[in-house]
Unconditional design. Structure first.
Length: 191
């Protein structure tokens, strides 16, 4: 999910810096890549490869000015997402095998997605969600969220189920999205 954060570059001089150097900003999988439509696999290994993946996902999210990123957006079909809705980019949460266990309320939510750059539209989301997930060590955690955090969690958990925010559009808005996308395809490269 796209946010509006201007993030200062991480600097420092501790053992963490070594990690920052090896972390990679990965290329994003873009709509209409079929990998974005697949339901992802459960994670069962909580090892150093998972840690490396989580760190690369966070780095990719921050580099893209995102407030959330799901593994299929970097071509990994596993149930993993990272989110950070704080304005400063200092409240990273890593969620492995997340499941929404309860939700209530509805609110309009204007969203964008790093995999559909340039498109924003309003859909409906729950105002409150409870999410159970595992952290990077495999420990079970529970999170109760509202506001932007609740919306971001719904957006990212949708991703690992192969659902994009545009899949929630009304038929009319979906047609407008398709027209918008066709226009992007025909336009000269914006890269
Ligand atoms: Ni997204």
């Amino acid at each position: 999910m796209i946010g509006l954060r201007a993030r200062a570059q991480t600097t420092g001089c501790c053992d963490h810096c070594t990690k920052i150097i090896v972390m990679a900003v990965l290329p994003l999988v873009l709509y209409p890549d079929p990998r974005l439509k697949q339901s992802c696999s459960q994670v069962s290994s909580f090892d150093k490869h998972l840690v490396r993946l989580l760190e690369s996902m966070a780095e990719t999210m921050y580099a893209s000015n995102g407030i959330g990123l799901a593994a299929p957006q970097i071509g990994v079909q596993e149930r993993i997402t990272v989110v950070d809705v704080s304005p400063e980019g200092t409240a990273l949460i890593e969620l492995i095998n997340p499941v929404i266990t309860a939700s209530h309320g509805t609110t309009p939510s204007e969203e964008g997605c790093l995999s559909i750059p340039g498109f924003r539209e309003t859909i409906e989301r729950a105002t409150h969600v409870s999410v159970s997930y595992q952290d990077r060590t495999g420990n079970q955690q529970t999170l109760h969220a509202e506001g932007l955090m609740a919306i971001c969690l719904q957006h990212e958990i949708d991703h690992i189920n192969g659902t994009l925010f545009v899949d929630h559009l009304s038929r009319l808005k979906r047609e407008l999205f398709k027209k918008w996308f066709a226009k992007q395809q025909n336009a000269p490269s914006r890269m």
